[in-house]
Design a protein around this ligand. Structure first.
Ligand code: ZN
Length: 311
């Protein structure tokens, strides 16, 4: 199924509104159309009396609550007038481009306004971001690291992480070696903040690996696998199994993407971009069709207040 989706279904849904609607209905409802108002499945398509085909707006009616709805209701696409074929195109591009896709590119290719493209992309990021606490806890070896978006000077320029203490925005990442990543924008890199995030996202059986940043001191007492750290300050990057290389390379992708594609990301929206990059990391073993469908399915149950999108 996934292969034919990439070759036939997705490109068709990017160019034909009817195909887009039916593609989204199939994927979001997963075979069982459901009323977004009352969750009933006793629903039917509203037909056009003249043409005998589906109504112009692709409406459905619920027999239980009597309300009408479309596939947009109750998803990130609600209250948007952007044609659904552009949504499918932008989701597809976003799910399959390693570093993401710029709103300017979507603006040109879909011939929509820049604010519309930006709005579209922010909502797609929301679809890609799991709700807090909804993801499985990380297990095994979990590497933790922090970075500063906006640029962190390299080693050898004094203290190894001069970004600490500056106004740049800290992002904290926890990555299971060979598994998933959880990153979040944090207010600071204090022990309380970092250890709190680790406790929330990492299973008690895990082994924690970090660098020598003092905020991590004592984190091992909460994890049966213990805590090991590398000392970057003494140029000790990898002490056998004890490394944070996975976390560092995942941050490198994030930073290259933000600098190369998005150029500048405001602090207010940074968490959305982080969610998008985490989504791609966590679905890296899926093919392009399955990853696109995963993003489409994330659209359900999430809405974003328009006001929160104004930069
Ligand atoms: Zn209903």
């Amino acid at each position: 199924m996934a292969k034919s989706e990439i070759i036939k279904e997705i490109p068709l849904a990017c160019s034909n509104e009817f195909a887009a609607v039916e593609f989204l209905e199939r994927k979001i409802w997963n075979g069982t159309p459901r009323c977004p108002h009352c969750q009933a499945t006793n629903v039917c398509q509203i037909m056009d009396a003249k043409t005998g085909g589906r109504s112009k707006r692709f409406l459905w009616r619920c027999h239980d609550c009597g309300k009408q709805f479309t596939i947009r209701v109750g998803t990130v696409m609600e209250e948007s007038r952007i044609p659904l074929r552009h949504w499918v195109y932008a989701i597809w591009r976003s799910a399959t481009s390693k570093k993401g896709v710029a709103a300017l590119e979507i603006k040109r290719q879909c011939q929509i306004s820049y604010p519309s493209a930006l709005f579209l992309m922010h909502r797609i990021r929301l679809a890609m971001t799991p709700e807090r606490g909804a993801s499985a806890k990380l297990t095994g070896i979990v590497e933790c690291d922090e970075t500063y978006v906006g640029g962190k000077p390299r080693f050898g320029t004094g203290y190894h992480k001069p970004g600490r203490g500056t106004s740049k925005t800290p992002v904290f990442g926890m990555v299971e070696r060979g598994g998933n990543i959880h990153r979040r924008v944090v207010a600071n890199v204090s022990g309380k903040t970092l250890k709190g995030a680790i406790k929330e996202c990492v299973d008690k059986s895990a082994t924690i690996m970090t660098d020598e940043w003092p905020a991590y001191r004592g984190v091992g007492k909460d994890f049966t696998g213990g805590h090991y750290f590398v000392n970057h300050g003494t140029k000790q990057y990898a002490d056998g199994m004890v490394t944070t290389n996975t976390a560092e390379s995942s941050f490198a992708i994030l930073k290259r993407g933000i600098m190369g594609i998005y150029h500048a990301v405001s602090k207010k929206h940074l968490h959305r971009y982080v969610g998008e990059f985490d989504f791609r990391w966590n679905t890296r073993n899926m093919n392009d069709g399955d990853r696109t469908v995963a993003a489409v399915q994330g659209a359900l149950g999430k809405r974003l207040d328009f006001k929160s999108l104004i930069q």
